[in-house]
Design a protein around this ligand. Structure first.
Ligand code: GLA
Length: 734
């Protein structure tokens, strides 16, 4: 069993392949966090808590005259509130009697086979033949009888531990919950660097690495979505940790709404990490007997640097997040209409485009924004999911049939959560969007946000989208979300429940996604949010792939995809070849470089093939064929970042290695060409050092050791933004 409880010293130990997580019930019933890190054999490591008096710390009443026992100096598993632990708390609430205190004391526990699930929030699941176990520990406040159930899911073979919390109000009256962290971990020391992913539209998931300083180091979102600006993922690692060595801890929240990640270094240089729903404008009223679920956090530890940490996250997100059959299927090569046509097209032109896209090797045509209602620009039509009579007089099923008759699949764009004021939906239900009574709502992209906290709005949307899908012909849906939430007020709920709306929106969204996606198992759904504004673990439970960014400029994609790869597998990143000069950056790079960069994901095109020359079409057909040949390795192999696009290096390179290490693919794109004559080697990773590999492009056979330590010599003729590809196969020694 990966979870044990030692009755004699009251220690819980969670064991994965290479990590150990340990907690202990203290003599006064508090649950202490003892350890998370490299596998250890010891049964009880509580000696690491020093036996010293911390002056000016309070001691709980039950500790009597013991000056050592202090909640602020001891490492806590789920920290209390208003009883002397002054660090970022796991919980904040107002009890029925107006007090703010919560002290969770051990009440009971249960160890069960299998992975727990939450009732209304997305979670990871265990595969059919996969071993996963659950630990539930109930802590209860002995005075108020408010309790929290701490849930731990242990994926032993994948070095993953998940956590979630369910709070139940066992008190005599209503409580107001103002903060409930999904996970909190106390480390006895400091010295960590924090790596997180920041950015904005067209510039998602850039990496930041900084030493934690004393005080609270925080990232988060309160935009109503996980967002472009910070991703609900962070790493703590040692200062010297690099791709191959050093301690690294990863934290990913399975939630697509407001979130916070706090890393606090206190005055004793101890570090507390807490992650969960952002407490800003959050207040949930729970009547006596009611419960509240906090979303799941996915934790992983690597003793061998960042590559291994990323592999752990890649494996779990690839295999244990999304139940769609498409996760394990080869994804279609698509051509999307957005960049070439935006809102201006007609059926005949689209059919011609689809036909031509076959020459590029595309097997699916995706009709993006502009196909419905009066949608001829951004200002109208959003919300009216009926085909635009001028552009598509035949309607969606008949149009889809024309695409199918060419032997292609057909995909369609939706943005169900939004509405334009100039739409039939808004005219019929102006009260269905988020807005504060008496205050004109803020628009973004000329649109308002529908109030998904309302069950009637979700029911309507489910019907409206399902009726298009059920009328047939749609093989793929791109689900977009193109503005953030503000004016957060729902006319459906009373004034004193408005602090629930942000979270109720998410609950509504997940119910809507369940009701549309899970009822259409034969449709491939791709997530999107103004590019990659909602790229998170929870979205990956619905969408096998997510459009990574609206920025299709290859050099820009190098940093976006590099950052994304710290948490999320390459098979989840939508990446397309588009025209140059690039629409956003105005930069021109060779076709091959655009193609190679788009192979860092689910490959496709976003251009008008009618504007390409015969040679360009032929070249792209070759790139598509190359991608198809290697897509299994790209989707399921281990991914290595060989160099960082942020360094002043001549090239950015990345590599895929098959799980059995028999095959590998290396891609490189040159960036800095000012150093003309410097010898430059790409050092490979993940190969078997004592085996030999033939490199197709150079004709050489080299040992895994040589490829790692000496590397592949990059040709000296290497114009800026040129791409290099190396295919390697393991061979028996000659
Ligand atoms: C967002 C998406 C784009 C495209 C447009 C359509 O910006 O990221 O890919 O679908 O919306 O309006």
């Amino acid at each position: 069993m990966s979870i044990t409880y030692n009755q004699s010293n009251r220690v819980f130990t969670l064991q994965t392949k290479s990590s150990t997580y340990q907690m202990k019930i203290s003599e006064h019933g508090h649950l202490l966090h003892l350890y998370y890190g490299k596998s250890i054999l010891d049964a009880d490591v509580s000696y690491l808590i020093p036996n010293v008096i911390r002056s000016h710390e309070s001691n709980p009443a039950e500790a009597g005259e013991d000056r050592v026992y202090s909640l602020c100096a001891y490492p806590q598993e789920f920290s209390s509130n208003d009883v002397g632990d002054y660090r970022v708390p796991s919980i904040e609430l107002v009890n029925f009697d107006g007090s703010y205190a919560f002290v969770g004391k051990y009440h009971s526990h249960k160890i069960v086979h299998g992975k727990y699930q939450l009732s209304a929030l997305p979670t990871l699941f265990a595969g059919a033949n996969e071993k996963a176990d659950t630990l539930e520990i109930v802590l209860e406040d002995e005075i108020t009888h408010v309790s929290v159930k701490l849930l731990y899911g242990v994926f032993e073979g994948k070095d993953i531990i998940t956590r979630a919390v369910i709070l139940c109000n066992g008190s005599q009256g209503e409580l107001r919950l103002q903060r409930l962290m999904s996970a909190s971990i106390d480390f006895m020391t400091d010295g960590f660097d924090m790596i997180d992913l920041f950015g904005h539209h067209y510039f998602e998931r850039q990496t930041d690495r900084r030493p934690l300083s004393h005080g609270i180091n925080e990232i988060g979102s309160f935009r109503g979505a996980s967002g472009h600006f910070h991703n609900p993922f962070a790493i703590l690692c040692d200062r010297k940790t690099d791709e191959d060595q050093g301690n690294a801890y990863g934290f990913a929240l399975m939630y697509s709404g407001n979130f916070v990640f706090d890393a606090e270094v206190d005055g004793y240089s101890q570090t507390r990490v807490a992650m969960g729903i952002h407490p800003k404008q959050f207040e949930f009223r729970l009547a006596k007997g009611e419960c509240f679920e906090a979303p799941e956090v996915v934790l992983s530890y690597s003793a061998n640097g960042l590559s291994k940490l990323s592999h752990n996250f890649h494996d779990i997100f690839r295999e244990n997040a999304c139940e769609s059959r498409f996760v394990h299927e080869e994804r279609p090569i698509l051509l999307n209409s957005w960049e070439p046509f935006r809102f201006t097209f007609d059926s005949e032109q689209l059919i011609k485009t689809a036909k031509l896209s076959q020459k590029l090797g595309a097997d699916m045509f995706v009709l993006d924004d502009g196909w419905f209602g009066t949608r001829n620009d951004e200002t109208s039509g959003l919300g009216d999911w009926v085909a635009n009579a001028q552009k598509l007089p035949e309607g969606i099923p008949a149009f889809a049939e024309k695409i199918h008759s060419m032997g292609m699949k057909f995909g369609l764009w939706f943005e169900p959560e939004m509405v334009n004021e100039d739409s039939d939906l808004y005219r019929a239900h102006p009260d269905w969007c988020l807005r504060i009574p008496g205050r004109a709502p803020s628009r973004s992209r000329h649109q308002l946000c529908l109030d998904l906290s309302r069950p009637d709005v979700c029911d309507y949307l489910m019907k409206a989208v399902n009726s298009v899908l059920d009328s047939g012909g749609v093989d793929y849906v791109k689900w977009d979300y193109n503005r953030y939430v503000c004016d957060v007020y729902s006319q459906y709920y009373p004034a004193d429940r408005q602090g629930e709306i942000y979270h109720r929106y998410m609950l509504g969204l997940y119910r809507l996604l369940d009701g549309i996606i899970k009822t259409h198992p034969d449709i491939l759904f791709e997530g999107c949010s103004g590019g990659g504004g909602r790229f998170d673990g929870a979205m990956l439970t619905y969408f096998p792939q997510i459009w990574c960014s609206d920025n299709t400029d290859a050099p820009s994609r190098l940093t976006i995809q590099y950052g994304t790869s710290f948490a999320y597998p390459v098979c989840t990143m939508g990446a397309h070849v588009s025209v140059c000069p690039n629409k956003k950056t105005k930069r021109t790079v060779p076709w091959e470089t655009r193609a190679v960069t788009a192979m860092h994901g689910t490959f496709g095109y976003e251009l008008d093939p009618a504007k390409m020359s015969e040679q360009e079409i032929a070249a792209c057909a070759e790139y598509t064929a190359f991608y198809k040949k290697h897509r299994e390795l790209i989707a399921n192999g281990d991914y290595y970042r060989l160099s960082s696009p942020y360094d002043d290096s001549i090239f950015t390179a990345w590599q895929f290695v098959s799980k059995d290490k028999s095959e590998s693919l290396v891609f490189a794109v040159t960036q800095d060409i000012s150093i003309l004559d410097q010898n430059c080697y790409i050092h490979l990773r993940g190969l078997e050092s004592d085996h030999f590999y033939r490199i197709k492009q150079t004709g050489r056979t080299l040992s895994g050791a040589a490829l790692a330590h000496i590397g592949i010599l990059l040709p000296h003729t290497r114009p800026q933004y040129s791409a290099f590809v190396f295919e390697l196969k393991k061979i028996e020694r000659e």
